[in-house]
Write a protein that binds this ligand. Structure first.
Ligand code: PLP
Length: 397
C-alpha cells in the first residue's frame, strides 16, 4: 500500500518557521508586522567574504571538492579551533558540512544505533529531538531550573544517564535562553561524560556572540579524556551572517570524522565549492565585522532586556550570548483576553501576531510550554516598536 515512512511522519514541522512564514505573509499583504522570530543576523554578509565567493566563480572553482571539504578550509578551521577554542585538531579530524544542522545530522548518523539514548537539555533548540529521532535515537530530556539560568546541572545529567546513554547535546551559548555554561559547570559535566563514557555533542554555533565579562569555553578543551569523547560543532552561519551559504564544520576523533565524511559522501557530496571559499575568507580574512555585529547585538540585548524586565506580568533573565531573550509568559497565560483564558504560549503568540502585529516564537517545541522566545536580530527601531506593542498587550490584561 501507498503508506509513508513512520519516521518521517513523526517529524514535527518547525514552529519557528511556521510563525515566521505567517508573519511574512502578513507583511506581504502590507501589514506592518514586527518579527521577533528571526533565527539569523540581519546584517549583510561582509564584503570581503562576498568578494571571495565572486573570485571563486571567476577562477572556475565550481567543481566537486573532496566530499568532507577542501584541505585549505579544514586547515583554517584547525587554526580557528586552536586560537579561539584552545582545542587542537588535525585536518583529518575536521568535516566541512552544509551548515550546522547538517553537521548534527552527520554526527548522529555516525554514532547512533537504534535505541541509543541522547540526553537533551531543555529548553533546547527544537531541531535536536527531530534529528536524533531521524537517526533512530531516543531523546531523553532534562529540564533546567530558572534559579540556574535554565541551565542543567551535572547532577541532573547524572540522574538521566542509563545503560543506553550514547550522547549528550550541549549548546552554549544557548538557543533559546542566551545563557552560557561556565568552565566550572562544563568541568562537572565533562567528569560525568568521562565516568559514564558517552559522547558530548558540543554545539557552539553562537560562540562569538557573547556579551559582558563571560568567556566562551569549549568542553573539548578541558582535558584529553573529554576531548576524545567530544564532537565540537560550529559554523559560519551566525557569526559571520552567512546563514544562506550553508557551511558548518566539526572537530572530532579521526574515526568519527571518517564516518561522518563517508555518510556525507553518499548523501550530499561536498558542500558548495564557492561557499567553502567564502567560509575560508570568513575564517582567515579581516575579522572586524565580528566586533561590529557583536557590539550592535549587545546594544539591542541591553535595551530589550531592560524593557521586558519593566513590563507587567513578564519575567526574564538577562541573556549572556546568542541573540535571543527567553521570556516567561506564565502570568500572561492565566489572564483572560476577550473573555477567554489565554492558556497557552501558542495562543498568546497568536493574539500578539493577529491583534498587535508582533511575531514571537512560543517555546512548547523547545520543551518549555509557558515561554516565548524573542530574537533581537532586528533593528533597534523595530525592537522598540515591537516592545511598545507587547507592552500595550500585557498592560491591557
Ligand atoms: N545550532 C543552533 C543552536 C542553532 O540555533 C542553529 C540555527 O538556528 C544551528 C545550530 C544551525 O545552523 P545552520 O544554519 O548552520 O544550519
Amino acid at each position: 500500500p501507498l503508506t509513508l515512512s513512520r519516521k518521517a511522519s513523526d517529524v514535527k514541522p518547525s514552529s519557528t518557521l511556521a510563525i515566521t512564514a505567517k508573519a511574512k505573509a502578513m507583511k506581504a499583504e502590507g501589514i506592518d508586522v514586527v518579527g521577533f522570530g528571526a533565527g539569523e543576523p540581519d546584517f549583510n554578509t561582509p564584503d570581503n567574504i562576498n568578494a571571495a565567493a565572486i573570485k571563486a566563480i571567476k577562477d572556475g572553482f565550481t567543481k566537486y571538492t573532496p566530499a568532507s571539504g577542501t584541505e585549505e578550509l579544514k586547515k583554517a578551521v584547525c587554526e580557528k579551533f586552536e586560537s579561539f577554542n584552545g582545542v587542537h585538531y588535525e585536518p583529518n579530524q575536521i568535516v566541512i558540512s552544509n551548515g550546522g544542522k547538517h553537521s548534527l545530522t552527520n554526527i548522529f548518523e555516525a554514532i547512533l544505533n537504534p535505541g541509543d539514548e541522547v540526553i537533551i537539555l531543555a529548553p533546547y533548540w527544537l531541531t535536536y529531538p527531530e534529528i536524533v529521532k531521524l537517526s533512530d535515537g531516543i531523546p531523553v530530556y532534562v529540564y533546567g531550573e530558572k534559579s540556574n539560568g535554565y541551565k542543567v546541572t551535572a547532577e541532573q545529567i547524572r540522574g538521566a544517564v542509563t545503560e543506553d546513554t550514547k550522547a549528550l547535546i550541549l549548546n552554549t551559548p544557548s538557543n533559546p535562553t542566551g545563557m552560557i555554561y561556565s568552565e566550572e559547570e562544563l568541568r562537572a559535566i565533562a567528569d560525568i561524560a568521562v565516568e559514564k563514557d558517552f559522547y558530548v555533542v558540543a554545539d557552539e554555533m553562537y560562540e562569538y556572540l557573547i556579551y559582558g565579562e563571560k568567556k566562551h569555553v569549549s568542553i573539548a578543551s578541558l582535558g584529553d579524556e573529554i576531548y576524545k569523547r567530544t564532537i565540537t560543532c560550529s559554523g559560519v552561519s551566525k557569526s559571520y551572517s552567512m546563514t544562506g551559504w550553508r557551511i558548518g564544520y566539526t572537530g572530532s576523533s579521526t574515526e568519527i570524522a571518517r564516518m561522518m565524511g563517508s555518510v556525507q559522501s553518499h548523501q550530499t557530496s561536498n558542500p558548495n565549492s564557492i561557499a567553502q571559499k567564502a567560509a575560508l575568507e570568513a575564517l582567515t580574512g579581516d575579522q572586524s565585522a565580528l566586533t561590529v555585529m557583536r557590539e550592535e547585538f549587545d546594544k539591542r540585548r541591553k535595551y530589550i532586556y531592560e524593557r521586558i524586565s519593566q513590563m507587567p506580568l513578564l519575567e526574564t533573565l538577562e541573556p549572556e550570548g546568542a541573540f535571543y531573550v527567553f521570556v516567561d509568559f506564565s502570568n500572561v497565560l492565566e489572564k483572560s483576553y476577550k473573555g477567554k483564558e489565554i492558556g497557552t504560549a501558542a495562543k498568546a503568540a497568536e493574539i500578539l501576531l493577529e491583534d498587535y502585529q508582533v511575531a514571537v516564537v512560543p517555546c512548547a517545541d523547545f520543551g518549555f510550554d509557558n515561554f516565548v522566545r524573542l530574537s533581537y536580530a532586528i533593528s533597534l527601531e523595530a525592537i522598540e516598536k515591537g516592545l511598545d506593542r507587547i507592552g500595550e498587550f500585557v498592560s491591557s490584561l
